[in-house]
Design a protein around this ligand. Structure first.
Ligand SMILES: CC(C)(COP(=O)(O)OP(=O)(O)OC[C@H]1O[C@@H](n2cnc3c(N)ncnc32)[C@H](O)[C@@H]1OP(=O)(O)O)[C@@H](O)C(=O)NCCC(=O)NCCS
Length: 192
């Protein structure tokens, strides 16, 4: 059950019991968790088990789930190196939110961008959504660089709190409209 998406180096697929160890390793890292809103620290096996259980319920939720949570598995070697989500799907409004994390040791190698791009294509192409809303905590220049390269714009700021270290922070709200994305795709395909 559940959607699977292949990119050149990654498989985006549902989380399973076998991922608990790598999920715990990846998220029990304050350098990753400090940029995420809802990941506790320390992150234990039981947190990972609860997460996988919730994700399994999601992928069994029928044909129109309110969220998709994908594990990011390297096609070479089957290692899970992160996660990407498309959540708060509002089909009437045509919008969704989402998030992403890549484990230490795998960052800065284009995996985040590859996974986010696949999620965007799925959201606009398969689900027919028209706007994706995202964000990043103040100071997370890597996330902003990745989003900006994909065409996201900054549209505002909200006060937020990081669960992992408890700090109050600013979240820059970002969004990507399908028309902007389509324009970029068209430009790329017209390039000689
Ligand atoms: C933010 C994050 C998802 C980006 O994923 P990534 O795989 O590291 O990023 P990518 O390698 O795809 O980089 C995309 C672009 O952003 C920039 N960038 C991102 N991370 C970088 C890094 N660690 N070092 C240098 N440049 C980086 C680069 O300019 C890159 O552009 P390029 O493809 O033209 O070189 C990842 O670093 C991460 O998980 N960080 C911790 C958790 C987090 O911040 N999640 C997002 C919350 S909003």
């Amino acid at each position: 059950m559940g959607i699977k998406i292949e990119t050149s180096r990654l498989t985006l697929r549902p989380w399973g019991e076998d991922d608990i160890e790598q999920l715990t390793l990846g998220l029990n890292d304050l350098e990753v968790a400090k940029w995420l809103a809802f990941v506790p620290h320390p992150y234990s096996t039981s947190h990972a088990r609860d997460w996988v259980r919730r994700c399994r319920e999601l992928s069994n939720a029928g044909t129109r789930p309110g969220a998709y949570e994908f594990a990011l598995e390297l096609r070479s070697g089957r290692r899970v190196i992160g996660g990407v989500s498309l959540n708060r799907i509002d089909r009437q409004a045509g919008t969704a939110g989402g998030g992403i994390w890549i484990a230490d040791g795998y960052q800065g190698r284009g995996y985040g961008r590859e996974a986010f791009e696949a999620k965007i294509r799925f959201a606009f192409g398969e689900l027919g959504l028209t706007k994706l809303v995202n964000g990043y905590f103040d100071g997370n220049e890597n996330s902003w660089a990745m989003q900006r390269k994909l065409g996201y714009r900054r549209v505002g700021e909200v006060a937020s709190r990081c669960m992992a270290d408890g700090r109050q922070t600013i979240e820059h709200v970002t969004e990507l409209r399908r028309s902007d994305w389509q324009g970029r795709e068209d430009q790329a395909s017209n390039r000689p």
